[in-house]
Design a protein around this ligand. Structure first.
Ligand SMILES: [Zn+2]
Length: 256
């Protein structure tokens, strides 16, 4: 049984066939998912989907690309929603230096506020990081994010930074890129991360794993991610599935 710890079933790419997509995931053995909300439209939908399925959960947070649009009311709203029984994490949040819609200082402020909120409501956080690893680690340390821990979602940097994340009670989640032919970094990370800190995800509809690269991703494909990591670590798919699902349960404080 697999746990896709990061999926956007709330994205418009799934408007037409969300139920079928979820069924395909269940049929592929992907029993658990966390639907991640990241703005005012995707957050309510994440919760709505989680309410419809026993084994689907939600995360609520504000994406760094849109940090400039986040108001105090949004923050309060996220705090209220964090009390919902199906909400298991705050995020995604973080820093994204690839797009320049939101200036860095605003991104950092919105990131810090969400870490503070997560600590207040005692939920783990989901980190989006694009070209900003060092600043993210610095902010997580300064804000004592260790108190709640969380996930480095779709981790895509070198092994060098992994230890700092582990030291702060973070899990390393790998997605489609670990299956790409020219992706030495995630492959090395897949081997080096301690077994009790490893998670799998799709980030669907984005980042479809090989051989579906470039197409719409979907949660059923988390199996391809898990197969690749199992191969790299020299363990069976069954073992890897069990391990990563247990890790997700322990991070999100869920009971089987
Ligand atoms: Zn995402």
């Amino acid at each position: 049984m697999l746990f896709d710890t990061h999926v956007h079933l709330n994205a418009r790419q799934f408007m037409e066939d969300r139920e079928e997509t979820i069924q395909r995931a269940f049929d592929a053995g992907v029993k658990y998912m966390v639907v991640v909300g990241f703005d005012s439209e995707t957050i309510p939908l994440a919760i709505e989907i989680a309410e419809q399925y026993d084994t689907i959960y939600a995360a609520v947070g504000w994406h760094p690309v849109d940090a400039i649009d986040m108001t105090e009311d949004h923050l309060k709203w996220i705090e209220e929603l964090s009390a919902h029984p199906k909400v298991v994490a705050i995020g995604e949040m973080g820093l994204d230096y690839h797009w320049d819609k939101s200036p860095k200082d605003i991104q950092k402020e919105v990131f810090r506020k969400q870490i503070q909120l997560a600590k207040k409501v005692q939920l783990p956080i989901i980190i989006h990081n694009r070209e900003a690893t060092e600043d993210i680690i610095e902010i997580l340390q300064e804000e004592d994010a260790q108190a709640v821990g969380g996930i480095m979602h779709c981790y895509n940097d070198s092994v060098e930074y992994v230890q700092a994340c582990l030291d702060m009670n973070f899990y390393i989640s790998l997605g489609g890129p670990v299956t790409f032919k020219n992706a030495p970094l995630p492959k090395e990370v897949a081997v080096q991360v301690p077994g009790d800190r490893l998670l799998v995800e799709t980030d669907a509809p984005f980042l479809a794993p090989h051989p579906n690269r470039g197409k719409r991703n979907e949660p059923a494909y988390v199996k391809l991610v898990a197969e690749e990591i199992a191969d790299l670590r020299g363990v069976s798919l069954e073992e890897l599935s069990k391990l990563t699902t247990q890790n997700a349960f322990s991070l999100f404080k869920l009971e089987l």
